[in-house]
Design a binder for this molecule. Structure first.
Ligand SMILES: *Cc1c(COP(=O)(O)O)cnc(C)c1O
Length: 494
């Protein structure tokens, strides 16, 4: 069955999967959604006998229906290869009563790699399918993690270029080092004299600049976006939920058809939405537990039905979840409104004009499979220490938010359902916060000593991504003013 995509705001008609991937965001500002969610057409038993790449094909073929088998398998094989430090790609680790689905074994040791390893291949395949001869130029503004994962994904992919803008004084030293040491002749990394919002606004302006578009088209270039609302990022994320279920079945931790719970540390709502889509495909998931940090907009939303971004923004030790507008939530809102674009547009207009919207009781009833929880800074640190002291397993701060929420959920409800917790980053990416949670004495150590200490304590080899930045030379040292961004782009695309 052919799946077509349309905007959550109702304009612009239907497009194919490849066209949706190329466009990223719909022209009316909405997000592309599939006209229906396909059901898995292989049994759970059959899936349990497949490797990661096999499951990826079985899931993605159902959404990306205008890709041929050869095209899709090609993309999958190029993405999920030795860039990952384990053949199983997304292993499950058991600790203290839950299964941690480790999504951080890719090039940049965070879960963004799961989708950004394959997006470049989906994009050039989409360009070819739609007879686009231009080179695809990915423009990204980053507050740290997405930029590096996108750079690693697109580096040296033929037919693409990638330009990343980051706030020069607004990312962590490790994040900056990761980006400015990025190899690949098609990559450009630029620090801007401004904050993340300035970078983001500058990039959005360029996307909307018709004159720049025309000028670059004349030179054989066109812009595209790799951010998390692209359907080409959402679909690959469904795969690992299906795969984790299949692995539990294979290892006889669950019976065929037995429902599991899933816990996801959430920011932009992309990862947990993928789990929701997996459930709608027929994967037996009971509860979708949405874990927030101190920026608990989503927790409040699930409690009250009001999404209210009018509040203080907190910087936390789980920075990738420090978000007040969870863009991908729009896809869920559209759905609980009965796939009603008009109603969704109304709510999104409220969000942009008043910073708040409220759903009806009827709509709220449809969120019954979701459970919202949050963990504050102390609970997050305590959870890292608790699990480490109990069994030696060390998790990162984002995963700890989810783990803490799960622990509290279990105590409150007594629900003993087998549970998978999405583990979204390696503890080596947030070494200082992780080590300080275990013992305050580590505060006095320097960054690289801490890394060695973590390796000893967790009995885990230091990931290649970390080894690389110890010695890698800086290859990007460009810094610009906010208003110079378009000229920087022109200069790179000569
Ligand atoms: C991006 C990110 C998240 C949040 O994922 P969303 O899909 O935005 O909800 C959580 N943890 C880490 C480490 C991340 O990089």
């Amino acid at each position: 069955m052919e799946i077509m995509y349309s905007s959550t705001r109702g304009h612009g008609g239907k497009v194919t999967a490849s066209q949706a991937i190329l466009k990223g965001l719909a022209e009316d500002g909405g997000l592309f959604v599939p006209d229906s969610i396909p059901s898995l057409d292989k049994s759970l038993k059959e899936l349990s006998e497949m490797n990661y790449q096999g499951v990826a094909y079985e899931v993605m073929k159902l959404f990306l229906t205008d890709f041929t088998e050869e095209e899709l398998k090609n993309c999958i094989n190029r993405a999920y290869d030795s860039k990952f430090d384990t053949e199983v790609i997304a292993p499950l680790a058991y600790a203290e009563g839950a299964y941690y689905l480790e999504l951080f074994h890719g090039a940049t040791i965070a879960f963004k790699d799961m989708a950004l390893s394959i997006l470049p291949h989906l994009m050039i395949t989409s360009a070819r399918k739609n007879n686009i001869k231009n080179e695809i130029v990915i423009l990204t503004a980053t507050s740290g993690d997405t930029g590096k994962a996108a750079l690693a994904g697109f580096a040296d992919v033929e037919g693409t270029r990638i330009i990343v803008f980051y706030p020069k004084s607004g990312v962590s030293p490790i994040q900056e080092k990761q980006m400015v040491t990025q190899k690949g002749a098609n990559t450009l990394v630029v620090g801007i004299k401004g904050n993340f919002d300035d970078a983001q606004t500058g990039v959005k302006k360029m996307f909307g600049d018709k004159e720049l578009e025309k000028e670059l088209a004349g030179k054989g270039f066109q812009f595209s976006s790799a951010n998390s609302i692209n359907i080409g990022r959402l679909v690959p994320q469904i795969v690992y939920y299906v795969y984790s279920y299949a692995q539990l079945l294979k290892e006889e931790k669950i019976k065929d058809g037995e429902a599991i719970n899933v816990v996801v540390p959430t920011g932009n709502f992309g990862n947990i939405l993928a789990a929701f889509y997996a459930k709608n495909m027929g994967l037996p998931i009971a509860k979708l537990i949405c874990a927030s940090n101190t920026n608990k907009v989503l927790y409040d939303f699930f409690e009250t039905g009001d999404y209210d971004r009018n509040r203080d923004f907190h910087l936390t030790t789980s920075p990738s979840m420090d978000i007040l507008i969870s863009s991908n939530l729009e896809r869920l809102i559209y759905r609980i409104a009965g796939n009603n674009a008009e109603r969704n547009s109304e709510l999104m207009a409220d969000l942009s004009s008043k910073g708040i919207y409220s759903i009806t009781d009827e709509e709220k009833k449809q969120l019954k499979d979701f459970y919202g929880g949050y963990a504050d800074e102390k609970e997050t640190a305590d959870e890292i220490a608790r699990v480490y002291k109990a069994c030696g397993y060390v998790m990162d701060t984002h995963t700890a938010v989810a783990s803490s929420v799960y622990h509290k959920y279990e105590e409150k409800t007594g629900d003993k359902t087998v549970t998978v917790i999405a583990s979204t980053a390696s503890p080596f990416k947030f070494t200082r916060s992780v080590m300080n949670a275990i013992d305050k004495k580590y505060d006095a150590y320097d960054d690289f000593t801490l890394i060695d200490e973590l390796s000893k304590l967790a009995n885990v080899k230091i990931p290649q991504a970390i080894e690389d930045i110890r010695t890698a030379p800086v290859v990007h040292d460009h810094v610009c003013e906010i208003n110079e961004m378009p000229d920087v782009v022109r200069g790179f695309l000569k």
